[in-house]
Design a protein around this ligand. Structure first.
Ligand code: ATP
Ligand code: MG
Length: 471
């Protein structure tokens, strides 16, 4: 079957003609071809193999494009990249790779298309479409990747044990593709990953996190985390999650398996949000439970202060994985820290408790509610409904309190300057005390969040502190 249809974007004709002018063969390969055959929408990055110099081909293509885009050359890798509108096109010369036992960097020689397909990670990623005039659009599929696409199988073109050992990042990629595409990893591949798991140590944290994020951004992230756990990779990457596995029983009392619970929460939240960091929060919301787990004769299993411990662990985990320690990390910490707050509230929704929740969560209060709703994993339909109803009440109350009291991003109705002027004060401790009393009164609902009421309270509090009002 011919796949000219895949190549209808004008860029392919230009690449084809540029290659012809240089008298070299060229092919589209990898993700673009795979995603076209899966009808996964238009890929925005295109990989081109030239049987010859990829860099020369990129330069020739740039010359032939009306926009004359800049060509970025990566000499050490023999690759070049250019952008055309919103498409990123990467060019590489066909190559043959051989790995020696002691180095992770392959020895690279020029090769044929077939050599280049051999060095690809998976059969479904080795599919190529010809850009040659004679057979434009022909699919070149030496490993029957088409069949694997059809059956939903991830497997390596060559011996999996060698393929994963040569470049252990491929283990993460296999699991990532299995998650994104909902494919099965072929049995020998899965065994080879389990066997080579400790080689993941030689991969940089940054590249591991790229794959983790892609797993988390998938429709059903649990597929990936279950595979990471099953192959033993998770122990190297996120041991905090592995520690949540298992159910203890003492005197007939059991707690739930917090690993599988966590994965359910992640899948749940992925149905309602695309926010990667909220998904991270779901993944990590219970990590404090492993180190805080205790059994008490009278009350059974407890995880005292696990939210607080968990939030601290988030920082260490981000740091270890070399993830940026920025406001995203702080957001995840905050979600973990506050993850039980709405639950405590749900059975007795008072205005003041909701005001405090909104005050503390600020703009993230809706995300926090989304996390709590995803956290409902009970299999009892009556309880499931009841818990959701309770949170619905909290959400309604949040809206109501918000409209009336404006405590989200709370701005004190009386400024420090105003307090200083009223009592003729220099900056002092009393100002802080009065401000705190006003904030507390508003959150408690003793006074409305308004200037006049706050001014009256300020005068009263000042008097208590023995301050004299300026007249
Ligand atoms: P996506 O862009 O959706 O992540 P992709 O398949 O395009 O998927 P890229 O990382 O863009 O993945 O790589 C492009 C192609 O390069 C792949 O399809 C594959 O053929 C090859 N490739 C990438 N990384 C490796 C690797 N570690 N080992 C072998 N081949 C690889
Ligand atoms: Mg790609």
């Amino acid at each position: 079957m011919n796949h000219k249809q895949a190549l209808k974007h004008p860029i392919f004709k230009i690449i084809s003609q540029s290659a012809e002018a240089l008298n070299i063969d060229s092919y589209v390969i990898g993700g673009f071809v795979r995603d076209y055959l899966l009808q996964r929408g238009n890929a925005k990055d295109i990989d081109i193999v030239a049987v010859g110099s990829g860099i020369s081909l990129a330069k020739q293509v740039a010359k032939n494009l009306p926009s004359q885009p800049a060509v970025q050359v990566f000499k050490t890798y023999g690759t070049a990249m250019l952008r055309y509108n919103d498409i990123e096109i990467e060019f590489v010369g066909a190559r043959k790779e051989s790995y020696s036992e002691h180095s992770r960097n392959p020895i690279v020689e020029n090769g044929t298309l077939k050599d280049d397909q051999n060095r690809r990670d998976f059969t479904i990623n080795a599919l190529a479409l010809s850009l040659k005039k004679e057979n434009y659009g022909e699919l070149l599929d030496p490993f029957n990747g088409l069949n694997d696409l059809d059956k939903g199988i991830i497997q390596t073109p060559l011996n999996p044990d060698i393929t994963y050992s040569d470049d252990p990042l491929r283990m993460m990629r296999a699991i990532r593709f299995a998650t994104q595409l909902n494919f099965k990893i072929e049995e020998n591949s899965l065994k080879a990953i389990a066997k080579n798991k400790d080689r993941i140590k030689i991969i940089t944290k940054e590249r591991i996190v790229v794959e983790l994020n892609k797993i988390l951004e998938s429709e059903t992230p649990s597929i990936g985390f279950l595979l990471l756990e099953k192959t033993g990779l998770l122990q190297y990457i996120l041991p905090e999650l592995v520690a949540l596995k298992g159910i203890d029983e003492v005197e007939g009392q059991r707690h739930k398996d917090n690993f599988y619970h966590t994965l359910e929460v992640v899948d749940n939240i992925s149905k309602t949000t695309d926010n990667l960091w909220l998904r991270w929060a779901a993944l990590l919301h219970d990590i404090g439970k492993a180190p805080t787990k205790k059994f008490h004769k009278k009350i059974g299993w407890t995880f005292h202060a696990h939210e607080f411990v968990g939030a601290k662990m988030v920082y260490r985990l981000f740091k270890r994985l070399k993830m940026p320690l920025n406001d995203k990390m702080k957001f995840v910490q905050k979600m973990v820290m506050m993850s039980s707050r709405p639950i405590v509230l749900a059975s007795d929704v008072t205005d003041s408790a909701v005001r405090r929740l909104v005050f503390d969560a600020g703009d993230h209060v809706d995300d926090l509610m989304t996390l709590c709703e995803a956290d409902i994993t009970t299999k009892n339909p009556r309880k499931f409904k009841k818990y959701h109803n309770n949170f619905k009440k909290v959400r309604d109350k949040i809206v109501e309190v918000e409209e009336r009291d404006h405590v989200r991003n709370f701005q004190p109705p009386i400024s420090g300057e105003e307090i200083m002027a009223a009592f003729n004060l220099k900056p002092s401790r009393e100002i802080g005390i009065i401000k705190e009393a006003i904030k507390e009164a508003i959150l408690e609902g003793d006074i409305p969040n308004e200037h006049n009421a706050a001014y009256d309270l300020m005068l009263k509090e000042g008097k208590k502190l023995g301050l004299k009002e300026m007249i």
